[in-house]
Design a protein around this ligand. Structure first.
Ligand code: ADP
Ligand code: MG
Length: 401
């Protein structure tokens, strides 16, 4: 515990985060430029003033589809479609929307930009079809893979939608878990995207009645290899967080125990990776018939992420709404600290309306923990008075600017 704290205070001298943020045609912003301090940033304003949109823009500086899992085409600022004079779609240029930022890490600054461009693809019917493509630039140079971004910035977020994380279907929990892994293993984002792509292709082929066994088998082999790598990375991350949480105080944000519930992850308890790969490929092959009957095919695409309230030995889904929120905060804080130690710089925290349902004690405890972590935390709220204890240390931004 002391060793962790000592290492942590060394890392804390490394300041990281976004120092300038520029949005162009992003959601409700035609243009916005913000200078930000490497400190807690309290974004306040009435409902609909664009607080969450700013957090979403920052989340686009990391791989993936941002904190709303939005469709790229929904983000482009819409001009009021009900006013014909102002609705001029032909004026939409090749760049659809853009977010750019100066990102600081240990005194070094890089410029990160991400934008969505409209491209045209020739189709067989000889009619060009337009599609949106996200491009990413670091210091002005286009990069091939979004995972490069992880070297300069990472983000951990908590949104009101996540209040239902433990109760609904497993998909959002799986994405949450995979995001926890990305920060430690930059390849994980690529692997999960590739797996999904292959799975869709395989499923579609089978639905269409494809009988090309060698094609199907090669897809299954690739899926099995990726799947086992995904399962192994998830296992490692869970083990790391569980070990770390044991050294953390069990206070208003209670300690949790994390578990994986997935066939491939379970297999790795007792079998080496090569055996798990063979098993997975054979399993997929046997499942070909079931795709025709619309059966769900088990595997890393079905893995669930289980959280327990440690002291109460209670699964999170059976805890009260308030307890569930505290458990989530507990995971987020542990991940932030663990990630800071691992990557040598802190992630940016994006906390959307987090304090709204916390009582005074919990709110103050959270703000204290954030201050101790010395991370750049973007916190939204409709009520600035809830943050009086941060006057003098946090940056307060009130919207609209
Ligand atoms: N593509 C878009 N174009 C223009 N406005 C948008 C777009 N998407 C969302 N908005 C608007 O952005 C506004 C601010 O949203 P949000 O950031 O969620 O507000 P809040 O401050 O309550 O978090 C909303 O009124 C919403 O209608
Ligand atoms: Mg909001």
């Amino acid at each position: 515990m002391e060793a962790v704290e000592a290492r942590f205070s060394d890392v804390l001298t490394v300041k990281s985060g976004v120092t300038r943020l520029t949005l162009t045609d992003f959601r409700n912003y035609a243009f916005l430029r913000l200078n930000a301090e490497l400190a807690p940033i309290i974004l306040t304003g009435d409902n609909g003033t664009g607080k969450t949109n700013i957090l979403e823009a920052i989340s686009f500086l990391t791989p993936g589809r941002g904190l709303r899992s939005a469709k790229l085409s929904d983000i482009k600022r819409m001009t009021p479609a009900l006013v014909p004079d102002e609705y001029m779609p032909e004026k939409i240029g090749p760049v659809n929307w853009a977010v750019s930022a100066l990102v600081q890490r240990d005194g070094e600054e890089v410029e990160i930009g991400t934008a969505v461009e409209r491209s045209f693809r020739e189709t067989e019917e000889d009619e060009g079809r337009s599609f949106d493509r996200r491009i990413v630039k670091i210091n002005g140079n286009k990069i091939a893979s979004q995972s490069e971004l992880g070297k300069y910035i990472s983000a951990v977020w908590l949104t009101p939608q996540m209040d239902r994380l433990f109760r609904g279907g497993s998909q959002p929990r799986r994405s949450f878990l995979d995001r926890l892994v990305y920060a430690f293993d930059l390849e994980h984002a690529k692997r999960t995207a590739n797996f999904e792509h292959l799975y869709r292709q395989w499923y579609q082929l089978l639905k269409e009645g494809c009988r090309d066994n060698s094609w199907l088998a090669s897809l299954e082999e690739n899926m099995a290899a990726l799947g086992v790598a995904i399962a192994a990375a998830r296992r490692e991350q869970i083990a790391k967080l569980n070990r770390f949480i044991e050294t953390e105080p069990d206070d208003v944000f209670p300690n949790v125990v994390l578990q994986l519930d997935g066939v491939i992850e379970k297999m790795l308890d007792s079998s080496p990776a090569v055996e798990a790969e063979d098993f997975y490929a054979q399993y997929l092959c046997k499942q070909r018939r079931n795709v025709m009957f619309n059966d769900t095919i088990d595997g890393v695409n079905k893995t669930d992420f289980k959280v327990f309230y440690k002291k109460k030995r209670m699964p999170a889904e059976l805890c009260s709404t308030g307890e569930q929120k505290s458990l989530l905060i507990s995971i987020i804080l542990a991940q932030t600290k663990c990630q800071t130690l691992h990557q040598g710089f802190a992630p940016v925290l994006l906390l959307d309306e987090v304090v709204a349902h916390l009582d005074d004690i919990k709110r103050e405890a959270l703000l204290k923990k954030i201050s101790e972590l010395q991370v750049q935390a973007w916190i939204t709220s409709t009520d600035p008075t809830l943050f009086d204890s941060l006057r003098g240390t946090a940056q307060f931004i009130s919207l609209p600017l």
